[in-house]
Write a protein that binds this ligand. Structure first.
Ligand code: DX5
Ligand code: ZN
Length: 217
């Protein structure tokens, strides 16, 4: 991706925000060193949880002043790509496990003018990306099983990041789940560029400082 910041990209997950104070939390992210807003869309089918949908994303879009990084944990994501583009998505990530026609889905995302990402569940080996990795902008390596914030980081993730990096020097690698200041540096050293952090940011006493700490690892 062009015009990237030199350090890690920090993408706080709005899933961990206070939904009763969403405007306040969006404004906090605007003034923080966060690079992207990470938006978790869950359908209760692909993952055993439902997060939020279009009306909430529309509200987020009204206040967010940074790129929206939309992570679709839904079946048949191709049905909604255009809607998410209209709602301000700059990056759209779909799950490998949810896309039997992944190549077509990626082309659809790109045709909309968005960056295209593919997410891998913890049990999915990275080599399934061999024939698509040069067509995509980002690989999202799930470091927890998708569906919930606040879960424990899976240590095997480092190994997966290194393998993705071996497959491509240029693809952006994003890590999602259980990211803290304890594992952030090791993830970046392994080849990750973007770090999603939900509960670590929003449960901290000073989220702005926590984001700055992650940014400056
Ligand atoms: C999990 C979501 C994550 C989640 C991360 O399914 O994709 O983005 O919000 O939350 P933490 O950082 O609390 O693990
Ligand atoms: Zn996510």
């Amino acid at each position: 991706m062009s015009s990237l910041p030199s350090g890690a990209i920090i993408a706080p997950s709005v899933l961990a925000a206070d939904f009763a104070n969403l405007q306040r939390d969006c404004e906090m992210l605007n003034v923080s060193q966060a690079d992207w807003f990470h938006i978790d869309i869950m359908d209760g089918v692909f993952v055993p949880n439902i997060s939020f949908g279009m009306p909430v994303l529309e509200a987020i879009q009204r206040h967010a002043k940074k790129p929206l990084d939309v992570h679709l944990m839904i079946v048949q994501p191709e049905r909604y790509l255009e809607t998410f583009k209209k709602l301000g998505a700059e990056i759209i990530t779909v799950h490998y496990e949810a896309c039997p026609h992944l190549h077509r889905t990626i082309q659809q995302i790109k045709d909309l003018g968005c960056k295209a990402g593919v997410a891998l569940n913890p049990h999915t080996p990275v080599n399934v990306l061999e024939d698509i990795i040069h067509d995509i902008d980002m690989v999202l390596v799930m470091s927890v099983n998708p569906g919930f914030g606040g879960q424990r980081f899976i240590e095997h993730t480092y190994e997966k990041v290194r393998k993705v990096r071996q497959m491509s020097d240029t693809v952006m690698i994003e890590i999602d789940g259980g990211v803290t200041s304890k594992n952030a540096k090791q993830l970046v050293d392994a080849g990750a560029k973007a770090l999603v952090a939900g509960s670590f940011v929003f449960s901290s006493e000073n989220p702005i400082q926590t984001i700055a700490d992650l940014k400056n690892i």
